[in-house]
Design a protein. Structure first.
Length: 168
């Protein structure tokens, strides 16, 4: 009986398999975590770029489309939201799954400061100063692997961008 036990204890043929079994769960967590983090950062980048596109589009509209508190033309407001959400003024497929127009907000303020650009150049005759449009979005984050161990409920991707209205 003793020789069998001694030979069993000296046998190292399954050590690599045992080590792999012990390390595999950690490797899987690291791999899936890296994929999830990459997906999060990619989605965040998409939202940031989208609000910049929306703000740039809004800044190129006519002065007549804005007053110092809001967008006065509902069609332009819809186009700004569409541009932000889809990349097209006519609508289309959202850049991120589940992104709706209600998650995009547009606000307008006027800057009237004699020491900056708001009373010079194209803004000289504009009542109230230079209109500045702020486009913001708060989009729920959709996990890459769903509920596979990473609970992303309540995670939102938030971004905001501003552009001075330059008129047409």
């Amino acid at each position: 009986m003793r020789p069998r036990l001694a030979s069993f204890l000296r046998d190292r043929s399954g050590v690599a398999a045992v080590e792999m079994v012990l390390v595999t769960p950690l490797l899987m967590v690291l791999i899936f975590g890296a994929f999830e983090a990459g997906n999060f950062f990619w989605n965040e980048h998409v939202v940031i770029k989208a609000v910049r596109d929306g703000a740039r589009f809004a800044g190129r509209q006519s002065f007549s489309k804005y007053d110092c508190s809001s967008v006065t033309d509902a069609a332009v407001a819809t186009q700004i939201k569409n541009m932000t959400r889809t990349g097209l003024t006519t609508g289309g497929t959202a850049r991120l799954i589940g992104w709706t127009d209600t998650q995009v907000t547009i606000s307008v303020t006027c800057q009237n400061n004699a020491t900056n650009y708001s009373t010079k150049g194209i803004y000289t005759n504009h009542v109230g100063g230079a209109p500045v449009v702020t486009v913001s979005a708060s989009v729920p984050y959709t996990s890459l692997f769903g509920t596979l161990g990473f609970d992303t409920t309540g995670f939102n991707l938030n971004a905001s961008a501003q552009s001075a209205v330059m008129g047409i």
